[in-house]
Design a protein around this ligand. Structure first.
Ligand code: KG4
Ligand code: ZN
Length: 352
């Protein structure tokens, strides 16, 4: 089984070819970060145009890299949501065209399912497992019961974890994307200097919140002499913020582990995925939490944690193996929850 995957839901245009045994046969990825840097964040219209300009070339490059022709493929997968709709349309339409011309099964992939199943590709993790999905747009704890079967245990009531990193980095003048910039600045910092809140720590449930923490960082930065701060101040702010995020997530994950162990006695693994999973401090904390609970821990390598097409192609493989093929009339979806039955999150700034 060989599947070509296309990812265009955010600011990476990517194509990859993977096989049923979990090997990457070819890939090509183009980050648009440079085009969005002047605006301090992703501009949807610029993203959509850039995807359109590059997607065909990247698909060809991934196929050439694999040394394959379309006739060699078993299926074609593309992110069909959730994400910035202009970009999603570009990738999905490209896949539909290839599907129609070469008579290949179309696999319309939920981007979040791509992140969720990556650990099966990298670490062969068996269902069920507990997943922490932390990216720029999402922050959730899910019990992954099977392909297409997710139970949400917790979500954010305000910002996603990556969004908090990005906003704090912007506030501190560290640029975009914020996660890697904060992590770098924090390396030389003292994480005990600023006593930032650990949002929701000790509270029932597994939801997340980061907006109060963001405000605390802003107030601490503003309180420094004359509004200007030294490299040391910057490093300490970054380290203290990162420590607060990690400790808050640790508390939420510990609660989710309790629920998971009770409701899924055969579950054996804690998995992290999404862009923020590239954070070394977070990975170290999760490994410790999993160890304490007697669970194994799987974290894909950073290049497979941030957006990529390998995860989309692999989700395509998983779905194709189960015969879950989609029609050419499948519509791109700006929103597409993994667990549609989960109640809406309520809390700071979120209406029921
Ligand atoms: O999964 P992803 O590539 O795109 C989305 O689907 O959102 O995640 C991107 C997010 C950004 O918010 C970025 O700041 C964050 O992941 N990120 C990190 C790190 N590397 C990327 N956050 C914290 N530490 C990192 N090392
Ligand atoms: Zn993503």
């Amino acid at each position: 089984m060989i599947v070509l995957g296309i990812e265009t839901s955010c600011d990476e245009t990517a194509a990859a070819v993977v096989d049923g045994e979990g090997r990457v046969l070819g890939q090509a990825i183009l980050s648009q970060i440079a085009e969005h840097v002047p605006y301090g964040g992703i501009v949807p219209e610029i993203a959509a145009r850039a995807h359109l300009a590059h997607v065909d070339r990247l698909v060809t490059k991934a196929m050439d890299d694999a040394g394959l022709r379309y006739a060699d493929l078993s299926g074609i997968a593309a992110t069909a949501g959730p994400g910035l709709i202009g970009g999603v349309l570009v990738g999905l339409m490209t896949a539909k065209a290839i599907s129609a011309v070469h008579h290949l099964p179309l696999l319309a992939i939920n981007h979040l399912e791509g992140h969720a199943l990556t650990a099966r590709f990298t670490d062969h993790v068996a269902f069920p497992y507990l997943l922490l999905l932390v990216s720029g747009g999402h922050c959730q704890l899910l019990a992954v019961e099977g392909v297409g079967r997710y139970r949400r245990l917790g979500t954010t009531v305000d910002d996603a974890a990556g969004e908090a990193f990005d906003k704090v980095a912007k506030m501190l003048g560290l640029g975009y994307p914020g996660g890697p910039a904060i992590a770098r600045a924090a390396e030389a910092g003292d994480k005990t200097r600023f006593a930032f809140p650990r949002p929701l720590k000790g509270k029932p449930g597994c939801d997340f919140s980061f907006s109060g923490l963001k405000t605390a960082v802003r107030l601490a930065a503003e309180a420094l002499p004359a509004g200007a701060f030294s490299e040391k101040d910057l490093a300490d702010l970054a380290a203290s913020f990162q420590a607060a995020v990690v400790e808050s997530i640790a508390d939420r994950v510990t609660r989710a582990v309790e629920i998971f162990r009770k409701d899924y006695p055969d579950g054996k693994a804690l998995v992290v995925s999404g862009g923020v999973a590239a954070n070394t401090e977070l990975r170290a904390m999760l490994m410790k939490t999993a160890g304490k609970a007697g669970l194994s821990f799987a974290a894909p390598p950073p290049a497979l944690c941030t957006d990529n097409a390998v995860m989309i192609a692999w989700a395509g493989v998983e779905r194709l193996k189960l015969g879950l093929i989609d029609g050419l009339d499948f519509k791109a979806r700006p929103r597409w929850p993994l667990d549609p039955t989960a109640p809406k999150a309520t809390g700071a700034g979120v209406k029921a």
